[in-house]
Ligand binder design. Structure first.
Ligand code: PMP
Length: 361
C-alpha cells in the first residue's frame, strides 16, 4: 500500500486504524451478517451504534445533560440556515462575528431570516486577526451571537471562548471540534461538519442547549427543526447511518488516545513545528496571521516567490505529501493537520520545506 501524508482541509485524513476496522467490519458487523450500510436504522444493531456514538461524544466533550446531541445531514452549510430558522425567533435579531470565509457564508445565509448585525469584523486587515473583544458591538436583544472558532481557509483560530454575557453563543466548530477541550456550558449551540475531525462528509453534529429549542420559525422545514429532530432521536428520517458508524469509531479512537486533552498537546506540538519552519525560513515562507490567533488545524503559508508554487507542489507530491495547495482566495499553500495527521507527517513536511527552501534560495 502506498503511504501518503494527506494535508487536505476536508474531506481529510482519517486514522488508519479506524479505516482498517471499517474494512474488517464492512461485510459483517459484529456477527450480524450485515454491513452497517445494509441495516435498518431502527434495528437493534444501528440503535446500539448511534447510542454509543452519542455517549462517547458526550464523554469526550463532557457535554452536560441539558444539551441535546443531534446527528444531521447536509454538512455545516445547511446549518447556516437551520440556526437562524431555529434560534432567531425569540427576538428576530442575531449578531455575527466575521473572521473570514466561513463566517461570511453563515452571515449571508442568516440574512434571509431576520435582522442580522455584524458585531465585529476582521475584514479591514484581510482577516489576518481577530478583533479585540472589547470592540465587539453585540446588541443586547440579539437572539444569539454566532462566530467561527477556526477559519479553515484563512487559518485564524480563537484561543479562548469569547465572553458575551447571557446571549447564547453559537459556534461553527467544523474545523477544530475535538482538537482541544472546550467548556460546552459556555455555548448555546455548537455545530460541526464531520469531514475534518469526525468522519465522512455529509454528516453534521449539532449540540444544543435544551432551553433554546421550541422557537423555530413557522416556515422551518421539518427536517431542520431541532426540537422535532431531538424528539425523534435524530431519526426523523433515515440518518447518514454509515457516517454515524465511522464517527463512532473515531470517537473510540480518540478516547483510546487519551481524549481531547491529550490530543490538544499533540496538536500544539504539530502546529509549533510547522510555524517554526515558516518563521525560521528567513522569509522564504510566510504566514500572514497574527501570532496570537494562528490556527493549530489549518496553516496557510505563501512562498516568497509565487513562481515557485508549482515546483513546490510537484516536489511535495513526489515526497508523498499531498493536497497542500492553498485555497484559491488566499493562494500559496495550506497544511491542514487535524487529529488524524500523525507527527511523522508533520516531520516529513517540515524536512521537505527546509530542503526545498535550501535548494531554491
Ligand atoms: N464551516 C467551516 C468552518 C468549514 O470549514 C466548512 C467546510 N470546509 C463549512 C463550514 C462547510 O461545510 P460543508 O461543506 O460540510 O457544508
Amino acid at each position: 500500500m502506498t503511504t501518503v501524508y494527506n494535508f487536505s482541509a476536508g474531506p481529510a485524513v482519517l486514522p488508519k486504524d479506524v479505516l482498517l476496522q471499517t474494512q474488517q467490519e464492512l461485510l459483517d458487523w459484529h456477527g450480524s451478517g450485515m454491513s452497517v450500510m445494509e441495516m435498518s436504522h431502527r434495528g437493534p444493531e444501528f440503535t446500539q451504534i448511534i447510542q454509543e456514538a452519542e455517549a462517547d461524544l458526550r464523554d469526550l466533550m463532557a457535554i452536560p445533560a441539558h444539551y441535546k446531541v443531534l446527528f444531521l445531514q447536509g454538512g455545516a452549510t445547511t446549518q447556516f440556515s437551520a440556526i437562524p430558522l431555529n434560534l432567531i425567533g425569540r427576538t428576530g435579531k442575531a449578531d455575527y462575528v466575521n473572521t473570514g470565509h466561513w463566517s461570511k457564508g453563515a452571515i449571508a445565509e442568516a440574512r434571509r431570516y431576520g435582522d442580522i448585525h455584524v458585531a465585529a469584523s476582521g475584514e479591514d486587515r484581510q482577516f489576518t486577526y481577530i478583533p479585540d473583544l472589547t470592540r465587539w458591538q453585540v446588541r443586547p436583544d440579539a437572539a444569539y451571537l454566532h462566530y467561527t472558532p477556526n477559519e479553515t481557509i484563512g487559518g485564524v483560530e480563537f484561543q479562548s471562548v469569547p465572553t458575551v454575557g447571557d446571549i447564547p453563543l453559537v459556534a461553527d466548530m467544523s474545523s477544530n471540534i475535538l482538537s482541544r477541550p472546550v467548556d460546552v456550558s459556555r455555548f448555546g449551540l455548537i455545530y460541526a461538519g464531520a469531514q475534518k475531525n469526525i468522519g465522512p462528509s455529509g454528516l453534521v453534529i449539532v449540540i444544543v442547549r435544551e432551553d433554546l429549542l421550541g422557537h423555530a420559525l413557522p416556515l422551518t422545514p421539518k427536517l431542520m427543526n431541532y426540537q422535532l429532530v431531538a424528539d425523534n432521536d435524530s431519526m426523523l428520517n433515515t440518518p447518514a447511518t454509515f457516517a454515524v458508524y465511522v464517527a463512532g469509531l473515531i470517537f473510540k479512537w480518540l478516547k483510546a488516545k487519551g481524549g481531547v486533552a491529550a490530543m490538544e498537546q499533540i496538536n500544539i506540538a504539530k502546529a509549533d513545528k510547522i510555524y517554526a519552519a515558516i518563521d525560521g525560513s528567513q522569509g522564504f515562507y510566510r504566514n500572514p496571521i497574527d501570532i496570537a490567533c494562528r490556527s493549530r488545524m489549518n496553516i496557510p503559508f505563501v512562498l516568497h516567490d509565487d513562481a515557485l508554487n508549482a515546483a513546490f507542489l510537484k516536489e511535495a507530491a513526489d515526497h508523498r505529501l499531498l493536497q497542500l495547495k492553498g485555497h484559491k482566495s488566499v493562494g500559496g499553500m495550506r497544511a491542514s493537520i487535524y487529529n488524524a495527521m500523525p507527527m511523522d507527517g508533520v516531520d516529513a513536511l517540515v524536512s521537505f520545506m527546509q530542503d526545498f527552501a535550501g535548494r531554491h534560495t
